[in-house]
Ligand binder design. Structure first.
Ligand code: GAL
Length: 731
């Protein structure tokens, strides 16, 4: 405990600007009595990539910190270090990672514990991140792996017998409650964010400048190393097969998907592929998978990528058990070792084995399950917080880092082979933006899943609102619509043998009962999956913006315009890529309120299947509308007026060498250019600068469609990636 070392509560503060003019500062808080014993375990010291310094340098330069750094103070308290960070009386705050229960954090107390069952709005999350963004246009990261508690302007007592200081620290209630309802309503009573970091006596605070709120997020993502750029195939449809399937059944499913023309790029195998799964052996179960090489070859012939489920807890029968034993934690999970991925030996053993056994055999991704933590379900699992790891971390610190460390270990296999992966992980923390791993959950609340899409964009995370079995046909289609408009279009059928569009009901599906009239539902589902396939080039370009500029692919409305007060509380709509506004319909709704942000007009999206009957509806921005959705093909997706939307002909799979036939939809009379990203879609060569380009598409009434490469003199690595077949004027 820090207090034991001295009776002084004082903390010194040293601020440095990390790179001059690039808008990132670090304030180091340390006890006045000197260096604490042992430095705190931080997310920044275990980051996957160094900061994307050149990309940061392309942002608007910043001379002054966005908040007075001297006003960030610390005090040693009985329980650790208490940090105070100023917060203006009109500011609102957002962020803290994958929060599924709420959007705006002002007035709340949140404790950032890693937990796989975040059932209440307390801060528990698969992937909490001690990073928040203010509407005033800056972000703050508290660089700790402790379960820190954030009090967002909710508690601060006035000092007795003393005048409150005039500047930061001024205590003034924002309003006085006049009735009990008001009294208990979330409200702010101070002009500080207080952060309690338990066990520590020192902590670093990073401050990211704007000037806009979106810029602050972009700086954070670029400082993290830039956003992930998935392989092109990763943006196709994902389907996870029934966990009890054997080799023959997996191959049967694959052929059936192709025969039914249901688009699919990635087939995922669930626990049953291994001899032992809880904990894991990482050995093919030869009883049910007698010839994995032949299966992989056949799936590859049909252009499927294969993703394997696993977690990191290593079963005694695993070939890597003995080598990992000395570099694992002192407590087991499901009788398996918990490798200490902070140690290069553990990483090398784990990655080396996976490379040889799977990646060299053309497995192109993994689902890294259960790297979060459960501690209040009927049979709690995972390692306790009091675990000890050989690298020096305790269980709490390890829980915060485990998802990132595990993902980084696996990602490196692919980086070294210069072949991109897009994978899944169930936990994450700060500095995760570059990791091409998508978060998911066992929870299944549709509203929470939608909030996940939105909140993950505040803190450099990707999230999939995956579809499993459903309550009704409508539920299936509405959930599918949300998933195809998210970072990863995943159908997780691990609990059902038949695709949910043949029987949405889990029990009946397992009993082998086809739904009467399933063909119609399959047709509706196909139309939704094809919408995704049409959007792949648009989404790929949006991901490239995430990589190069740090702009999140899915964003809360408030990020784009915090001054429009209507945006502040909207947690059921988001912006997808540069130009789409998505307002998913929840199961059971036949009409919903949609806010169309100010600044431009919005035109209802339409393609061959969706919004076909309404015509090109145009709405002024800055208003609420009631969107009528009498049928499942009414889809509240709106396109910013005066933009171009490239739509590809829907392919049955993206594959490794796609050729997209593009129709450029024109929304508005004077559309701006659209920058279509091009590279090989597979390798990491884009990181070295020389092998990507942007194709600027222009459309004018008089001249029609033209295109040009924006980086002159540099040929695109795949000349035939896009074939532009024409323009379609929608409005
Ligand atoms: C869960 C995971 C599910 C599925 C299941 C298999 O932990 O969240 O998506 O993979 O394990 O046992």
């Amino acid at each position: 405990m820090p207090r034991a070392e001295s009776s002084s509560h004082e903390v010194t503060s040293t601020a440095i600007e990390i790179y001059p003019g690039l808008g990132v500062w670090r304030v180091s808080l340390k006890p006045a009595w000197g260096e604490p014993t042992g430095s705190p375990v931080t997310s920044s010291s275990h980051r996957a990539l160094p900061p994307a310094r050149e990309a940061l340098a392309e942002m608007v330069p910043v001379a002054e910190p966005p908040i007075p750094l001297a006003a960030i103070t610390g005090r040693l308290a009985q329980r650790g270090i208490l940090v105070e960070i100023p917060l203006g009386s009109t500011e609102e705050v957002y962020g803290l990672g994958l929060q599924l229960k709420s959007l705006r954090q002002t007035g709340k107390k949140k404790t950032l514990r890693v937990n796989s069952d975040p059932i209440a709005d307390t801060g528990d999350s698969h992937a909490p991140v001690p990073f928040y963004i203010s509407t005033a246009g800056y972000g703050v990261l508290v660089d700790t792996t402790r379960y820190a508690s954030f009090y967002f302007a909710s508690h601060k007592a006035p000092a007795p017998h003393s005048q409150p200081p005039a500047e930061a620290g001024d205590w003034k209630p924002a309003y006085i409650a006049t009735n009990t309802e008001d009294l208990y309503r979330t409200k702010r009573v101070s002009s500080f964010v207080q952060v309690e970091v338990p066990f520590e006596s020192a902590v670093d605070i990073f401050v990211f400048a704007g000037p806009t709120m979106l810029d602050a997020v972009r700086r954070y993502n670029l400082y993290s190393g830039g956003g992930a750029l998935p392989p092109l195939w990763g943006l196709g449809i994902w389907y996870r097969a029934f966990g009890k399937f054997n080799q023959r059944e997996v191959l049967g499913l694959a052929s059936e998907l192709r025969a039914a023309r249901m688009p699919c790029d990635v087939l995922g195998l669930e626990p049953g592929w291994q001899t032992k799964a809880y904990s894991c052996s990482y050995l093919w179960n030869s009883g049910s998978f007698p010839d994995p090489d032949a299966m992989i070859a056949e799936l590859r012939r049909q252009h499927f990528e294969i993703n394997l489920w696993e977690h990191a807890f290593v079963h005694p029968t695993s070939p890597i058990f003995d080598a990992l034993r000395p570099v694992s934690g002192d407590l087991a999970v499901w009788k398996g070792l918990v490798p200490d991925f902070t140690l290069s030996v553990a990483r090398d053993v784990f990655a080396g084995y996976h490379c040889k056994a799977f990646v060299e055999k053309d497995i192109t991704g993994f689902k890294l399950d259960e790297c979060d933590h459960s501690d209040f379900i009927a049979s709690p699992w995972s390692f306790p917080e009091h675990s000890a790891f050989p690298g020096g971390l305790d269980g709490e610190e390890m829980h915060s880092l485990f998802g990132n460390l595990y993902a980084r270990t696996m990602w490196n296999i692919f980086r070294e082979r210069n072949f991109r992966t897009y994978s899944e992980v169930r936990s994450g923390h700060a500095f995760a933006a570059p990791l091409p791993f998508v978060l998911y959950s066992d929870l299944y609340d549709q509203r929470d899943f939608l909030r996940g899409v939105i909140n993950s964009g505040f803190s450099g995370q990707l999230w999939s609102p995956e579809v499993r079995q459903c309550a009704s046909e409508e539920d299936l289609i509405r959930r599918l619509q949300m998933v195809v408009l998210s970072p990863q279009a995943l159908i997780n059928a691990w609990m059902v043998p038949m695709p949910p569009w043949r029987q949405f009901d889990g029990e009946k599906n397992r009993a082998g009962e086809l739904m009467p009239g399933w063909e119609a539902l399959e047709g509706q589902a196909r139309a939704v999956l094809e919408l995704r396939m049409q959007l792949v080039p648009y989404l790929y370009s949006s991901f490239a913006q995430y990589h190069f500029c740090g702009t999140p692919v899915c964003r809360a409305l408030v990020l784009d315009d915090p001054d429009d007060l209507a945006n502040g509380m909207i947690d059921d709509q988001y912006v997808l890529g540069p130009h789409l506004l998505v307002a998913p319909i929840m199961t059971g709704q036949t009409t919903r309120r949609v806010y169309l942000p100010r600044g431009n007009a919005w035109i209802l999206f339409s393609n061959k299947d969706f919004n076909t009957s309404q015509g090109a509806m145009r709405y002024e921005g800055g208003q609420w509308i009631d969107f009528e959705a009498p049928g499942l093909n009414a889809l509240p997706v709106f396109v910013r007026e005066n933009t171009l939307l490239p739509l590809a002909e829907a392919l049955p799979f993206v594959g490794r060498e796609p050729r997209f036939k593009l129709t450029i939809q024109v929304y508005g009379n004077a559309p701006a250019d659209f920058k279509l990203y091009c590279d090989d879609g597979l390798s990491y060569d884009f990181e070295n600068g020389a092998s990507y380009n942007w194709l600027a598409l222009s459309w004018r009434k008089e001249t029609g469609l033209t295109s040009r490469l924006t980086i002159a003199g540099r040929p695109p690595p795949r000349e035939d990636l896009y074939e532009i077949v024409g323009a379609e004027v929608v409005a």
